[in-house]
Design a protein. Structure first.
Length: 309
């Protein structure tokens, strides 16, 4: 029977890696271990907990009910060890090799990542930034357990659960390819807006859903010519069609700049509330030196970016 005094904490790292990756090979790659070494560690874990823990299936290594129950306390234990080690070392951005983890939507990646990466390359060249899109319902737990350091976006449901900082408020515009017959001026009329064929972007960005909900609340029903899952392909579509899209002002300006001014931008014909773009982190990491340093860098950089856009 395992006790705290004779337990090898490296086995718990193997457990967490398999739980996250659902693959012995990927778990080994993450821990820099061979697959036989991971298999041996899993065998020891099975003896300790008297349970198979992970069962090989066509979908990968699936956790047993016992493994599901163990995942949270083991995750908390490993995070506590990591936190203790962080406090034992001084964070020096110039020499740190720390991996920071953040969740961003496709919009945030396109607009925010370039200036953030430029600054990190200048001030902390050996750090690594790992970016992924985490479902909004899972972000709080990911921040709390240390799987994520930050989340950036319009995330109103997180405000009561995390610490956060307002980066800027975002407005929306409509954009279409420049061509003859378009309305003049900076604002499009409702009749002209409804006469156009629109692209509906099914983005995970909650602010975009908020805008779509506002249209429905106001009784505005657009003619949808195309549905797409994200914004990244949008400028190529608009450049080759007469379609129109409603999108955040900052990303519209980015597309306009990259497209050498080939698009028309209009203020929307109805008032849509501006949305908050916020940076979120968990209170347990408020005093973590590395988290605090990168948090302040992002806040300073993006608040300045918001004022200048």
């Amino acid at each position: 029977m395992a006790t705290f005094n004779n337990m090898d904490l490296n086995l718990l790292r193997v457990f967490q890696a398999i739980a996250d990756e659902r693959s012995l090979t990927q778990a080994g790659n993450r821990l820099h271990l061979s697959q036989p070494a991971v298999s041996y560690a899993l065998g020891r874990l099975r003896l300790i907990f008297d349970d198979p823990l992970f069962i090989r299936t066509r979908e990968g290594m699936q956790p047993t009910p016992t493994a599901v129950e163990l995942a949270k306390p083991i995750g908390r234990a490993l995070q506590a060890v990591q936190d203790a080690l962080r406090y034992a070392e001084r964070f020096d951005p110039a020499s740190s090799t720390r991996v920071f983890r953040a969740s961003m939507t496709d919009v945030a990646e396109m607009v925010f990542l370039p200036p953030v990466c430029e600054k990190l390359n200048e001030l902390a060249p050996s750090t690594r930034l790992h970016v992924e899109q985490v479902a909004p319902t899972q972000i709080e737990e990911a921040l709390r357990t240390g799987r994520l350091d930050f989340a950036i976006g319009n995330l109103p449901a997180l405000k009561p659960l995390t610490h956060y900082e307002l980066l800027f408020r975002e407005s929306y515009v409509c954009m279409t390819r420049k061509r003859k017959g378009l309305p003049r001026g900076e604002q499009i009329s409702l009749d002209d807006f409804l006469a156009m064929s629109h692209v509906l972007v099914q983005s995970a960005e909650s602010s975009h859903h908020q805008v779509e909900n506002s249209f429905r609340t106001l009784g505005i029903h657009r003619k949808i010519g195309l549905d797409i899952p994200h914004f990244s392909v949008l400028p190529r579509i608009l450049a080759r069609s007469d379609l129109t899209a409603t999108l955040p002002l900052r990303i519209a300006k980015l597309f306009q700049s990259d497209g050498h001014g080939q698009f028309m931008l209009y203020r929307l014909p109805v008032d849509i509330p501006a949305v908050d773009v916020t940076l979120h982190w968990h209170q347990d990491f408020d005093s973590d030196p590395g988290n605090s340093w990168l948090r302040q860098l992002i806040v300073d950089l993006l608040q300045q970016y918001g004022r200048s856009s």
